[in-house]
Design a protein around this ligand. Structure first.
Ligand code: GDP
Ligand code: MG
Length: 163
């Protein structure tokens, strides 16, 4: 059985960069269904030979408008329904924002396993943001750099432990 991993989080935290890293060359499909799902991509992710279905809740940033929160809600709920594990991605360089807290509160109330993924952790600029991440109440953040491919082994172990 293939498990489904959903990548969630506010715009610009690096969700698509992580998606691309997990999916590599094997980008399976772009979902062109009109409406909310047009914002989303899915593909076959691979970490150290373990394969899984991965959903990127993408594209919201291009259409940032008054109904953003509503679309995020619908998209997040749909991805959540399908997910076996959810990765909530935050940007440690930017620090926590109310939207991060909004996502965290919501995911804490879901019954799905949630891993808090602290992205952009390469280099020293990350330390303060990483410490701050505990405040989201989702446990220990997993430090990664989606762009540089750091922390993938911890991410792999977290996904394994959750399924
Ligand atoms: P999304 O909106 O959450 O899908 O974020 P994107 O994947 O589009 O990335 C937003 C920006 O963050 C882009 O400029 C990326 O190059 C940058 N980014 C993504 N991952 C990292 C990372 O690990 N480190 C740094 N420094 N920048 C990153
Ligand atoms: Mg994106």
């Amino acid at each position: 059985m293939t498990i489904t991993v959903a990548i969630l989080g506010r715009p610009n935290v690096g969700k698509s960069t992580l998606f691309n890293r997990l999916v590599g060359q094997k980008l399976a499909l772009v979902d062109d269904t009109p409406g909310v799902t047009r914002d989303r991509r899915e593909g076959e992710g691979n970490l150290f030979g373990f394969t899984f279905r991965v959903i990127d809740t993408a594209g919201l940033e291009e259409r940032f408008d008054a109904s953003l929160e509503g679309r995020m809600r619908v998209q997040t709920e749909r991805a959540l329904e399908e997910a076996d594990i959810t990765l909530l991605v935050i940007d440690v360089r930017a620090g926590l924002t109310p939207l991060d807290e909004h996502f965290a509160n919501w995911l804490r109330r879901s019954n799905k396993p949630v891993a808090l993924v602290a992205n952009k952790c390469e280099g020293r600029a990350a330390e303060a943001g990483l410490a701050e991440a505990y405040a989201l109440g989702l446990g220990e953040p997993i430090p990664i750099s989606a762009e540089h491919g750091l922390g993938m082994s911890d991410l792999f172990h977290t996904i394994q432990a959750a399924i």
